[in-house]
Write a protein that binds this ligand. Structure first.
Ligand code: FES
Ligand code: FES
Length: 1008
């Protein structure tokens, strides 16, 4: 049918099918700012304004829009200067989103801007609730919504003609404790009225900058430590076609996969002939059509620390959602039709869903293929993907010396990364017959290395391009989709796009490992821990991707925090045993935090119970036993992901200061001990509570993961920084550019970052293990220092050419690079542009450039204190998390806006883990949660108050003193919330999330 719309004031006429959505029509016309995140109207990424009102274009038929006015992000504003053409510039909303740090991956940003634009049109003076309501239709998995809300309020003020605070006017170093003196620890004093906050605590609606304790080393820095806007924010806020799916290629085929409907079966017979005959089908591939190459989908450095246990296609399926066949067709509709024409006869096998049963000797084997390659202690004959036994000190002796032994069982669920951009890849042959894989991945170099044997191509004939990524959170540290499109491109010779639907994300993508955990802890009456032991039974699902390393991390980080006190501190007794078991659940994998959130749930719930049982202050008990600077990370002496362990001393630990700051901000010392505060006047069924959890993470993987960077000087004194590191929305491109700019003495706008392309950028292990700022950052500093050295030599030569009599010659080492100048003592200088032109055109010509790589011998842990305030309805079990405060020691913070955004967004993901996110399966192993309605992630109008405090320490192993920031916010929220529920009403929640039913049931046991 013929349709006509006015899009952004331009009339378009198109031919569409009756079932075509408006989303499809708009994207086919090149409006790529309209994003796909689901097919069911739940995520809001596809929002456009239709006759001025926001609609979800994925559930709106193109035919319904016939004759109507449509506005997309492309019409909202543009770069203020386009060569000689001056433009109207960015809209105040776009400007505010950039300045406020409201953009992380940017995938939801066009929709948020449009939703906010509509709000400001009808209400120029919205309050925070109005803004949260207006944004509530657009899910954001990155930001925690705090900064987008602030951005809208800021834009509203600008549009009303009001002055706004400059971004970057963050409070001075001594600002953090802002509560009145009578509220400070030990001072006592009256309680405020219920629900009120002490004056001086900054409210979410006005605050842009987090609190920071500045390490003195940072004071002279110009770019590092500053709240610079993200280098990619201007393109993202305009909805430019920056993502994988925003790429057009002539004759592109659409790929679809036939997923197994059963959890465990052999494929007795498969017949694709009817599908192949369907007009418009270009290829159908089954296991009979492609080489049988065993590999692992875990995107990790070589050798992959896990078993090789999967094939692109196999004659056996191991979970409901496993692959059965690939189809490439001219359209999505034809591909879907073709899937229905593939005849498959399954021979059912027993389904194993309980990891304890799967380990029994009589259990059927999930992996009986002869090609299986073991790693370390994997043993497919016992359905064991990994087996970990770590003993530090003498745990039995420690238990014998304890006054009390505490044991407990805990459980953590399977949860989803739920990045709003689904997994998506485009593959094609280039003109040199090299296979190009343009993919939304965290690990482009691992994709190239791991797929080469699977595709029968040498590494040199594969080029992997990583465009912008719409969030990953570990879900894209998996080589999980690229082979599908690549096999189909090889089969057809044509470009292929393959993109998961939201349902496919739930049934076929990776997730967090669910675990059952037993804790046993020996404690003296004074609160000294004498021995601590954990056993984790981890369900890796059908494949062992990340099985050893994720579960190893559960112990390696969470069990390392409490070493004991006195003699036990010098020689801690810690045991961590784990079995990582194959079942017929969908495979687990990497998810932000990488096993550590699973560990801190039991550890911190257990510590709370012990402190209460022994009548000890829960915070003092923790600090008494917690790891300190100058001590060995205990696990570093015993384990290193199946490689040689190397002892590592903790150089910096700001944990005590984190506790001091966090407890002051949340008002712990006044509220926690006061029974009156725990009650809500007039509502006897409501109870309030506080909870705390102390946590630590790691920074990178020592002696293994390497990052590299190259930097090249241009004629105008600007620089191209090429990094293999992958910015998933974390802001890593920005912080890497800030480090280069600091070394080279230029503003951030003079650093043009490109990441990443295996043909052009140096190697980088990719974005995982909280390593980019630390590892890739150190590589950038090395590369920039090399270039700076060449600049100094040339500048000295230039300055010495017209040396006046009596002046001493300039030495390169005496030259300072700052403000785009090379400045010699005596204030003589040349501009960097003059240096560059001299180098490229005038004398002794050379390309000034530098290259650096870095691998770390240490993994300095960040530490944090997480506080939570909850209200529990004791009649329904409903838990409302009112406030989350996290004080974090992540070393020096390179960019406080991007870093606080990471912490806020991470806390909100962790909040889902605490109270509502859970993937469940029926008795046949079929997923119950298949969309973003069944699987609830937080919306902007459901949020607690969030507060981030940075306690900066200077990590000496990094040139700018940094440690990791990205993963630690995942670790403490769930146990802090669990502990707050206990404080509020006595309910013991040992299995998260704390759903109303679990809380209610626990409360019933108290009554009984
Ligand atoms: S609501 Fe339309 S893509 Fe999700
Ligand atoms: S910035 Fe909102 S989904 Fe990533």
């Amino acid at each position: 049918m013929k349709l006509s719309f006015t899009i952004n004031n331009k009339i378009h006429e198109i031919e569409a099918s009756p079932g075509d959505t408006l989303l499809k029509a708009l994207r086919s016309l090149g409006y790529f700012g309209v994003k796909h995140g689901c097919e069911t109207g739940e995520c809001g990424a596809c929002t456009v304004l239709l006759d001025g009102k926001p609609v979800n274009s994925c559930v709106f038929l193109a035919a319904q829009a016939d004759g109507r006015l449509i506005q997309t992000i492309e019409s909202v504003g543009e770069h203020p200067v386009q060569g000689w053409r001056e433009t109207g510039g960015l809209h105040p909303l776009q400007q505010a989103f950039i300045e406020s740090g409201a953009i992380q991956c940017g995938y939801c940003t066009p929709a948020q801007v449009l939703a906010a634009k509509e709000l400001l049109q009808r209400n120029p003076s919205p309050n925070e609730d109005d803004v949260r309501e207006a944004l509530s239709g657009v899910l954001c998995r990155c930001t925690g919504y705090l900064k987008p809300v602030q951005a809208v309020l800021r834009a509203a003020a600008v549009m009303r003609g009001e002055a706004v605070e400059p971004v970057g006017g963050y409070p001075p170093a001594e600002m953090p404790v802002t509560a009145p003196p009578e509220w400070l620890p030990g001072e006592g004093g009256p309680l405020p009225p219920a629900g009120d906050e002490p004056s001086g605590v900054v409210q979410t609606s006005t605050r842009i900058m987090p609190r920071i304790q500045v390490a003195p080393e940072t004071e002279a820095w110009q770019r590092v430590g500053k709240p610079e806007p993200k280098v990619d924010s201007v393109k993202l806020v305009q909805g430019k076609p920056a993502f994988t799916a925003d790429f057009e290629k002539r004759d592109m085929l659409v790929a679809k996969v036939l997923w197994s409907p059963v959890a465990h079966a052999r494929i007795k017979r498969i017949d694709a002939s009817r599908a192949r005959e369907l007009p418009g089908v270009a290829a159908v591939l089954t296991w009979q059509d492609i080489p049988r190459v065993v590999y692992s989908t875990a995107g990790q450095s070589d050798p992959i620390p896990g078993p090789l246990d999967c094939f692109s296609l196999d004659n056996k399926v191991r979970f409901a959602g496993d692959r059965v066949a690939f189809v490439a067709a001219e359209t999505e509709e034809i591909a879907l039709q073709a899937l229905k024409l593939i005849d498959v006869e399954y021979e059912p096998l027993p389904i194993l869903l309980d990891p304890a049963q799967a380990m029994l000797p009589e259990a059927p084997r999930i992996h009986d293929e002869p090609e299986y390659v073991n790693f370390a202690d994997s043993d497919p004959s016992r359905n064991l993907a990994a087996h970990i036994r770590i003993d530090i000190g003498d745990v039995e002796k420690g238990f014998a010396e304890a006054d009390e032994i505490f044991e407990g069982d805990y459980e953590v669920p399977k949860v989803q990364q739920a990045h709003i951009e689904p997994h998506v890849v485009v593959t094609y042959w280039d003109e040199d017959d090299r296979l190009v894989i343009r993919t939304s991945t965290q690990v482009p170099f691992h994709v190239r290395r791991q797929l080469a044997p699977v595709l029968g191509l040498p590494v040199k004939r594969i080029r992997v391009i990583k465009p912008r990524i719409g969030g990953g959170f570990g879900g894209k540290q998996e080589v999980m989709i690229e082979d599908v499109a690549a096999h189909l491109t090889i089969a057809t010779g044509r470009p292929v796009i393959f993109e998961y639907t939201r349902e496919e994300e739930f049934i076929a993508a990776r997730s967090r490992h669910p675990m059952r955990i037993h804790m046993k802890t020996g404690v003296k009456r004074d609160g000294t821990i004498t021995a601590n032991s954990m056993y984790a039974l981890s369900d890796t699902g059908a494949y062992g991707c990340h099985a050893l390393t994720v579960t190893g991390n559960t112990g390696h980080k969470a069990m390392a925090l409490y070493v004991g006190d006195g003699a036990y501190r010098l020689s801690p007794n810690i045991r961590f045993y784990a079995d990582v078991v194959y079942t017929n659940h969908p495979p687990a994998g990497a998810f932000r935090g990488y096993g550590v959130p699973q560990g801190f749930w039991p550890v911190e719930r257990h510590m709370e119970k012990i402190a209460r049982k022994l009548n000890l202050d829960p915070i003092e008990f923790r600090l008494k036993n917690a790891l300190r600077a100058g001590e060995l990370q205990p696990f570093s002496t015993a384990w290193s992901e199946g490689r040689e362990a190397r002892p590592e001393t903790i150089e910096t630990c700001g944990l005590e200061e984190c506790v001091r700051q966090g407890r002051a901000v949340i008002g712990w010392d006044q509220k926690y001990p006061d029974p009156r505060w725990h009650q809500v006047p007039g509502k006897p069924y409501l109870r309030r509570g506080f909870g705390v959890a102390l946590v630590m993470q790691g920074t990178a993987i020592p002696y293994l993961d390497m990052g590299a960077a190259s930097i090249k000087m241009n004629e105008d004194g600007s620089f191209n920084l090429l990094v293999g590191a992958t910015d998933l929305g974390t802001g890593s491109d920005t912080v890497l550019a800030q480090m280069a700019a600091e070394v080279l003495g230029v503003p951030l706008e003079d650093i043009i970052v490109y990441s990443s392309d295996t043909d052009f950028t140096p190697f980088d292990k990719g974005a995982y293990a909280s390593s980019t700022t630390y590892i890739s950052g150190a590589a950038v500093v090395r590369a920039a220092e090399q270039a700076a050295e060449r600049i100094r030599i040339r500048a000295a030569h230039m300055l010495n050419q017209d040396l006046a009599e009596g002046m001493s010659p300039v030495e390169p080492a005496g030259i300072l690079l700052a403000n785009r100048l090379a400045v010699a003592p005596g204030d003589r200088s040349v501009t960097l542009a003059e240096v560059a032109r001299n180098a490229l055109h005038h004398e002794n010509q050379e390309q000034i450039m530098g290259i650096g790589s870095y691998m770390s011998p240490v993994a300095p842990p960040p530490f944090a204190a997480q506080f939570a305030e909850v209200t529990v309805d004791t009649e329904t079990g409903q838990v409302v998390v009112e406030k989350l405060v996290m004080a974090v020691d992540s070393g020096v913070i390179v960019n406080p806006i991007t870093a606080s955004g990471q912490i806020e967004g991470g806390m909100v993901q962790a909040l889902g883990y605490a109270v509502c996110e859970e993937m469940r399966y029926d008795e046949y192993g079929r997923a119950r949660e298949r969309d973003l309605t069944g699987y609830h992630i937080y919306r902007s109008n459901e949020m607690p108050e969030l507060q981030v405090i940075f306690v900066e320490t200077f990590e000496p192993s990094h040139p700018f003193g940094v440690k990791a920031v990205a993963e630690i916010p995942m670790d403490g929220v769930a146990p802090a919330v669990g502990n707050a529920i206990l404080d509020a009403c006595g309910a013991q929640i040992d299995e998260n999330p704390a759903t109303p039913e679990r809380v209610w049931r626990s409360l019933r046991t108290l009554v009984a």
